[in-house]
Design a protein around this ligand. Structure first.
Ligand SMILES: C[S@@+](CC[C@H](N)C(=O)[O-])C[C@H]1O[C@@H](n2cnc3c(N)ncnc32)[C@H](O)[C@@H]1O
Length: 257
């Protein structure tokens, strides 16, 4: 038990950055309680405790599966990059589709304490658009996602329409764009940049260079929220951002310019 509390491990070693799982579980518990309430949190605890037993029960309540959005948006699934409709020349080190954990993103976004209307939110490698759906609920100046699979981009567009139709979007300018993250130009204004393990170091370096050029001269801090930061060294060696927090036991890294 002591080892579990203090050792860094990855649940899925090839796909997940090493972090303090105990701290992450504890934080998940508190976040679930904050956003979902007591009963789903208790059910999630039972689900987690029985997960590896012979009789796993209530598995839909596992913390990372709980989402108020998944009931009415198409966001689920794990899709390997080889099964995505991506032009061969763009594949590079792009990674598989997997949706962000809704409450983790809400928690990290809210912990920034920024004047949202002065900021744009962008998700590089936005998949089916869950991060945009969540960010749309905050009064950002604009919320954008850039995704190179047309199939996923079209699903994101439908999801965004549904968020708007249900009157959930506080932000007035929410869009998904189909294209390569490396070619995406940012307007020169403060940004919260979101990255969920979308690609390898080669693409990330190009993206970081673009960010540095496009956002040059901005006085307010630019934030990078990096979920499952498999390429954290690339960000830290690049130098535009410095680390300010390691939420979820280090399964996220938050940087500021
Ligand atoms: C782990 S998923 C994250 C999806 C989404 N950000 C979310 O949080 O739910 C990574 C996504 O990045 C996309 N991707 C990978 N390389 C890309 C690139 N060079 N340009 C645009 N999208 C890319 C993949 O198609 C995939 O949908």
């Amino acid at each position: 038990m002591l080892k579990f509390m203090f050792a860094k491990t990855g649940r899925y070693t090839t796909f997940e950055v090493e972090h303090y799982q105990f701290r992450r579980i504890l934080r998940s518990f508190l976040i679930n309680f904050k956003y979902r309430g007591l009963l789903p949190t208790m059910l999630g605890t039972v689900a987690g405790a029985t997960r590896k037993s012979k009789l796993p029960i209530l598995q839909d309540y596992l913390f990372h599966r709980q989402s108020g959005l998944k009931d009415w948006l198409d966001i689920g699934g794990l899709i390997d990059q080889k099964d995505l409709d991506v032009p061969e020349e763009n594949r590079g080190s792009g990674l598989r589709y997997e949706a962000t954990s809704e409450y983790e993103l809400r928690y990290v976004l809210e912990s920034l304490k920024i004047p949202y209307p002065s900021y744009n939110f962008i998700d590089y490698g936005s998949g089916k658009g869950i991060a945009q759906a969540i960010a749309a609920e905050y009064p950002f100046n604009a919320v954008t996602g850039i995704e190179y699979s047309r199939k996923l981009h079209l699903i994101a567009e439908r999801n965004i329409e549904e968020v708007k139709r249900r009157g959930k979007a506080v932000c007035r300018d929410v869009t998904s764009q189909c294209g390569d993250a490396m070619a995406h130009e940012l307007p020169n204004m403060p940004h919260v940049i979101y990255l969920f393990n979308s690609f390898g170091a080669d693409i990330l370096k190009v993206v970081l260079d673009r960010i540095t050029t496009d956002l040059a001269g901005i006085k307010q801090p630019i934030y990078l929220l990096y979920n499952n930061p498999m390429q954290q060294e690339t960000v830290e060696e690049h130098g535009f951002f410095h680390l300010i927090a390691k939420p979820m036991g280090g399964k996220w890294r938050v940087y500021s310019s």
